[in-house]
Design a protein around this ligand. Structure first.
Ligand code: AKG
Length: 236
């Protein structure tokens, strides 16, 4: 898995957490998702269209700052261990987020590279662990990745101010990664990815943890970046 990740920028981990842990995380997830008040400053609609209550793709940044039980969970410990295995023992949790695609909202997450959202860093190592809390399939918005070669960011922009960033690249080589609940993918900041809309009657809940070298997190924080603010292109 490490070899695949380093070569193409992403890898699949079919059984990352067990069903009991999925259920535990799922309960915390739903509490945060349903609580419109405490998370309001961390919450937005990736589609750029919705307001709270009619969201299509709900993104809640730093859920572990709302429920401290998340950070203590097996999931967070295991994801950190895996990130360190993939990229080195200095990897630490930079930020986490929930992304939920509501039933029948049919709104894709556009093709992008995560590094477009981040400042340019001297040490480019970073890995996102995307954990399926519900089964993820093409029809509800599982992840698609394009194998990457270079550690470079192409130009990005947002279709609507405040919406998710997108870029223009061919998706001919994109690989669809369905997962059962508890499965995960790992991708780096340069790997282009997207997901299709949710056309099913069920929610598509994903929990995402991002790791990078501790020194780079310190650099970000010294520049006031904590991943809780405005969504925009930073990698200029
Ligand atoms: O969950 C999604 O639809 C997109 C997730 C994503 O872009 C990411 O984890 O970097």
């Amino acid at each position: 898995m490490k070899e695949t990740f380093l070569k193409q920028g992403f890898a699949k981990f079919p059984s990352f957490i067990d069903s009991e842990e999925v259920a535990r995380i799922g309960l915390i997830y739903d509490e945060i998702l349903e609580d419109l008040e405490s998370a309001s400053h961390l919450r937005s609609d990736l589609s750029g269209e919705g307001t709270v209550g009619v969201e299509k793709i709900t993104q809640i940044m730093c859920p572990s700052s709302i429920s401290t039980n998340l950070k203590k969970s097996k999931t967070y410990k295991q994801a950190l261990k895996q990130a360190q295995h993939l990229l080195g023992s200095d990897m630490a949790l930079d930020f986490d987020m929930l992304i939920n695609k509501r039933p029948y909202t049919d709104t894709p997450t556009p093709l992008h590279q995560d590094a477009a959202y981040w400042i340019k860093m001297p040490d480019k190592r970073a890995v996102s662990c995307w954990i399926a809390i519900d089964p993820a399939i093409e029809e509800n918005g599982c992840m698609w990745f394009i194998p990457r070669e270079k550690l470079e960011v192409v130009p990005h922009s947002a279709a609507i101010p405040g919406a998710a960033l997108s870029c223009e690249l061919s998706t001919e080589q994109a690989v669809c990664i369905p997962l059962k609940a508890g499965g995960a993918t790992f991708h780096d900041g340069f790997t282009p990815h997207f997901s299709k809309g949710n056309t099913t009657e069920f929610h598509r809940r994903a929990l995402i943890l991002n790791f990078r070298p501790k020194a780079m997190i310190d650099l970000e924080r010294s520049m006031g970046i904590d991943h809780q603010g405005e969504r925009k292109v930073r990698n200029k």
